[in-house]
Design a protein around this ligand. Structure first.
Ligand code: NAD
Ligand SMILES: O=C(O)C1=N[C@H](C(=O)O)CCC1
Length: 266
């Protein structure tokens, strides 16, 4: 397999740190540089924080992608930044692998158009953990038999977006096979705003944020005299890295946008 030149945006973040290790430790990946908000011109190893990599830190994306001649940009930042990075990367002939969550449907449509007009791949995956992808697929299967569904997603309290990208993706996948319906009593009323959670086509999504959590989701199905629970837990951010690795490999073969890891795993 040809070597893939990788740039990581957000290298000091919880996910970015793991992606730096992945790029350094994978024999056919080369960490060509990283994009950060500070420390431009230094090597990662010079800033402490446990980094051993000698990859150069850039603070300007265009300069970074141009000078490193990168193949793939892994983005693990914030939604606004991630969108700007993905757009710029595609315009410069670099394939984005985006783990950043909180993208809108308009964002996805814009990037799809840009990817296709430049004949480049882009992968946007709300959850890179294989177990989470299976949880979403199993939930989609179960929805055929149990259309009354509540999603409870639980994350660490430093998370910026709610509901989580995984919660939204799960509701989208289920909605592809489930007719929209209102759940609960037709006359139910919230006496405290938000008590029934968010609604995506009638599916309720509840977001829990607590210190100590990493990334967890339970999908609850209710039927006559029975319930079904499908649950996934990420206890460590290493759980996401095999999906990031696969995405970096697969994005090189694509000339369009793929939204969701379920579309590239066998
Ligand atoms: N797809 C998945 O499997 C998955 C898993 C975990 C987290 N996430 C998502 O990844 C994103 C990052 O999560 P995290 O927990 O690592 O967050 P974090 O806050 O720990 O890290 C984000 C990093 O981005 C950096 N950043 C922000 N703006 C930047 C800019 N303009 N240029 C360069 N760097 C910039 C910040 O300095 C920070 O270091 C979030 O959107 C989160 O939801 C996705
Ligand atoms: O830690 C986060 O933030 C995570 N975000 C993703 C989401 O929004 O679904 C995936 C899991 C971790």
């Amino acid at each position: 397999m040809d070597s893939i030149k990788i740039v990581v945006a957000g290298p000091r973040g919880r996910m970015g740190k793991e992606a730096v290790v992945l790029a350094e430790e994978t024999s056919h990946f080369e960490l060509a540089g990283v994009l950060d908000r500070k420390n431009g011109g230094k090597k990662l190893s010079e800033i402490g924080e446990g980094f051993t990599s000698d990859a150069l830190i850039y603070t300007d994306l265009k300069e970074c992608l141009f000078e490193t001649n990168a193949d793939v940009l892994i983005d693990l930042t914030t939604p606004e930044t991630g969108m700007l990075h993905a757009r710029t990367a595609l315009e410069m002939g670099v394939r984005p692998v985006v783990g950043t969550t909180g993208f809108t449907e308009e964002n996805l449509n814009e990037l799809k158009e840009l990817a296709e007009s430049n004949r480049l791949g882009v992968i946007i995956a709300p959850n890179f953990a294989v177990g989470a992808v299976l949880m979403m697929k199993f939930s989609q299967m179960a929805a055929k038999y149990f259309p009354d569904i509540e999603i409870i997603e639980q994350h660490h309290d430093q998370k910026l977006d709610a509901p989580s990208g995984t919660g939204v993706k799960t509701a989208e996948m289920i909605s592809a096979v489930r007719e929209e319906k209102k759940q609960g009593h037709p006359n139910e009323k919230e006496t405290l705003e938000g008590a029934r959670g968010a609604s995506y086509k009638g599916i309720r999504i509840h977001s829990v944020r607590l210190p100590g959590l990493v990334a967890h989701q339970e999908v609850l199905f209710g039927g006559e005299g029975q319930t079904l629970k499908i649950r996934h837990d990420s206890y460590d951010r290493k759980s996401f890295m095999s999906g990031v690795k696969l995405s970096c490999e697969e994005v090189m073969k694509l000339d369009t946008l793929v939204y969701g890891l379920e579309n590239i795993i066998e």
